[in-house]
Design a protein around this ligand. Sequence first.
Ligand code: MTE
Ligand code: HPA
Ligand code: MOS
Length: 770
Amino acid sequence: MKKTFFINEKRPHDSARKHVSGLADYTDDINEPHGTLHGAVGWSKQAHALIKKIDLSEVWKSEGVITVITTSDIPGRNDVGPVFNGDPIFPSKKVEFYGQPLFAVAATTTELARKAVLKAKIVYKILKPIITIKEALKKKNFVLKGKKIQRGNPTNAILKSKNFLKGNFTTGSQEHFYLEGQVAFVIPKEDKDLLVYSSTQHPSETQQIIAKMLNQKSNSVTVLVRRIGGGFGGKETNFLTSSICALLASKTNKPVKLRLDRDDDIIMTGKRHDFYSDFEVGFNDVGVIEGLKIKLASRCGMSADLSGAINERALLHIDNAYYLSNVQVQNYLCKTNTVSSTAFRGFGGNQGMMAIENIIDNIARYLEKDPAQVRKNNFYKKNSKNITHYGMKIEDNVIQEIFNRLIKKSNYKKRYSKIKKFNLNNRYLKKGIAITPVKFGISFTTIHLNQAGALVHIYTDGSVYLNHGGIEMGQGTNTKIAQLVSNAFGLSYDKVKISSTNTSKVPNTSASAASSTTDLNGAAALNAVSKIKENLEKFIKKKYNIKNIKNVVYKNGLIKFNKKSFKFNSVIQEAYLNRISLSSSGFYSTPKIQFNKKMFSGRPFLYFCYGASVTEVTIDTLTGENIIDRVDILQDAGKAINPALELGQIEGGFVQGQGWLTMEEVNWKPNGQITTISPSTYKIPASSDIPKIFNVEIFKQGKNKENVVNKSKTTGEPPLMLAMSVFYAIKDAVASAGEYKVIPKLDAPATPEKILMSLNELKNRIRYSS
Ligand code: MTE
Ligand code: HPA
Ligand code: MOS
């Protein structure tokens, strides 16, 4: 029998030293050929208006300006929408959000280009904008038709239930705040070909969109990405920067770089969907949900972009880890005059999960029970109550084990009672604690995206060159795939080099997203490796006349056949001299998944990631300020390829989720102008916000049941949702101000202002009811 060897090697990120020393090349670091021009974008100062006149004469005359482009310079498709139309590069008649690009310039320097765009004179006829979810709901203004899933008879079940609650809940938007902003650098080549460097999670779609814009074939555009300085979903679509840059380069036939200023980046590019939900729930005396009706509405902005898939993932995660016997979920994809909302770590799943966690938390408070127990009472079971509301059987459930282990490990019960005592004895400072579970589905719910390719070469000196369709965005996919490949060849890690993602090497790739980059591209790379191994083995068998081979082992630079052993490098040399191919492409497509979007049923996910976290907080009831005192996390990473990188993802994801739920607040004025456009107005977690005690552990018993590389599970998006416990710990602290008798009304993000408002509202309710 073949013995399986699992990699479990804490290796630093292959670029870690380069990241911190500044030696890592990002798009803006690429040497600029002589004559490179620099771009800037002119954008709309109105959220909803007809364009009466654009006068660019002063822009043309501005110092250093070489060219100005507008909608009339686009020879082909004037749209960067990935799935649907609706995202014009430059709109010709009507602007639909504050910050929408209207024209662009190429000048001799970035500063001159940025100065020039300010000189445009634009006359608008202002139309009334729709900015909020509520306004859009009222006016029935949607980007796409909503969906509805139902199981059982929730109306009846709610009527029959002993207890009933209804309410509403909001989660906020979020700015990606990647360290490296949106940037592209385009070099024209012969025959109108373009070489495009772009900070994108999706080189193949960048290629297609630029080709369509220019009315050229895809084979005339090559996109190269060495690495990006974070994407977090904000570079999954957002093809405006690279398209505008390519158009400038194509028109001038000169290399052009377009690097957005941070404010412009925040103003012009999409963010997380904020959500509003309405719910009615019926439940029994131990808090088990018997019937649930929920409406999920989100702010999609001015176009559909990825909103269909994002809102669908919210519906698919409305259960989080809970069995919902009678449920109806309905979604509303609100069209607003704000920048088109887009992918952000969690991709709608987290918004759905926050909605159900809020309901469970309210149920526990209503029944005056420990929310941890109510959560447990609602969990999916292993052999019954294991079918999701979309009909998928859950076969890999480990949530009970994780939850119970974490309760023990974090000393939850003792601390829960201790906190109650603390709150009795402290008038102004109040503590709160919460434990929340995560179950997150892995695969693109758009089934055809679950494919990947790779290209592997072995050179005659035995060194390996690897290319795959995934993007390195800091998460470490290159390191992990190099670990997989070096292990498969039995070579040391330094023998393998991963090169830039390149559309001319691996075609038609999917975005690096849905936490699936290593699962998909790692498997494609291993497929290429196995094809080369087949060539080598055939050659050795023939040359040394070996029959009956049971098991070929690649280890320590040796290839072992039965009792014979060959040096890898010598075999490569010999194979070359005997004209054996040492290069192969590889391909992978995820098995088992299928999903009927019309019926909303099937198996959209290959597997689930599970985790749980306990958070303890202190709030100051006079100021609303809050401190995270302690966090304990237990996360399933299957058989982790590289536990060091997974820990980084878990910590980073958690803190990013913490930002989303406690301090990051995107704000639009009623006229649609965004006001949170730089670090001075938009607050992200700083090092001082990291939990004072932060115990992160990978679930040691974890093992992916499915045939995923190394039996690992991804840690890309799931850890963001661990931060839900921060929010519910804050809500628990607020509840203490009403002696746990009243359910607080707290919406996310729980900023100091919101915490104060929630405390005041709670105290008022108590005052008027007594
Ligand atoms: N980690 C870093 N450092 N930078 C990123 O941009 N993006 C997140 C997550 N972790 C991101 C990150 C998102 S949104 C996704 S979908 C996954 O990484 C993508 O990478 P993976 O598929 O390799 O997990
Ligand atoms: N996740 C991330 N990106 C996507 C998905 C998804 O499920 N579907 C389409 N794009
Ligand atoms: Mo991640 S939101 O799927 O890029």
